[in-house]
Design a binder for this molecule. Structure first.
Ligand code: ZN
Ligand code: MN
Length: 264
């Protein structure tokens, strides 16, 4: 049982009191992902990866994911002008992450993994973590260790070569493309309708942004590259690569050393 919210509080407390207990916080977004997919892959994918990693590690929990994220940017998510895309201000996201970490720390947790599923969240997660660590130092807690990752960074160049034989356009243009669509076909096939995939050339943007954005720069589909070549098999490969890599990183960086409390 890895899902924090599904535990009774006493079971949760006894898990947290186990030395080295670790909690994953998936951080997602509610954002259009083209006509062929639901608006929550940025939530469901990191949650599924965190759950699979937790099943391998033991002594780890998955917190309920953050279902909203920072504003979609045109060059990485189609843009925040798109219908359905529902975003937080950066400050709200930072403070929410800080607040949640503070609560986990109050429960006794000292190991947290922030599992990002939405490109634009990255630096706001860093800021929330920085605020939480600074605050924990103020109350004399100096053994809080936090890992921040975006799951796609665990997809190796070899896997990219295997999955994108015609060339890879980069993670920013993968919005609603082969990676996310394949993962969703593997994990949640009922939320994907491949008959609605719009096949188009990768979006092209100038090397700058103008605000307000020019909506005509976003492909009409809302996706930034075509998902035509997405398959369930690719989703399975992506899932394995991410789960293996993340489990290995967590095992390495949160080695099973005795849980020592350090006070100032
Ligand atoms: Zn996405
Ligand atoms: Mn996104």
């Amino acid at each position: 049982m890895a899902q924090m919210a599904e535990l009774d509080w006493m079971t949760y407390q006894s898990m947290v009191e186990t030395p080295g207990c670790l909690i994953f916080l998936p951080v997602g977004a509610l954002e259009q992902h083209g006509p062929h997919m639901s608006m929550n892959p940025d939530v469901l994918i990191p949650q599924a990866i965190a759950t699979a990693v937790t099943d391998r590690l033991g002594n780890a929990l998955v917190a309920p994911p953050l279902a909203y994220g920072y504003k979609s940017q045109q060059q990485s998510g189609g843009g925040n002008h798109m219908p359905g895309t529902t975003s937080l201000d950066g400050q709200t996201l930072c403070c929410t992450i800080r607040d949640l970490i503070r609560e986990f720390v109050r429960h006794g947790i000292r190991r947290v993994v922030l599992m990002n599923g939405h490109y634009e969240n990255s630096m706001f997660i860093v800021e929330g973590v920085d605020l939480a660590i600074r605050e924990s130092h103020h109350i004399g807690i100096n053994n809080l260790n936090i890992m921040i990752l975006s799951y796609w960074d665990f997809v190796s160049d070899d896997t990219i070569g295997q999955l994108y034989p015609d060339g890879f356009t980069g993670w920013d243009l993968e919005h609603g493309g082969v990676m996310e669509t394949s993962l969703m076909m593997h994990l949640y096939p009922e939320l994907v309708d491949i008959s609605k995939i719009v096949d188009h050339e990768p979006a092209q943007f100038p090397p700058y942004d103008m605000f307000p954005v020019d909506p005509s720069l976003t492909p009409a589909s809302g996706t930034l590259s075509s998902a035509k070549n997405a398959t369930r098999e690719k989703g399975k490969i992506l899932m394995e690569v991410c789960v293996n890599g993340i489990a290995e990183a967590v095992r390495t960086k949160f080695a099973p050393v005795p849980h020592v409390s350090v006070s100032t």
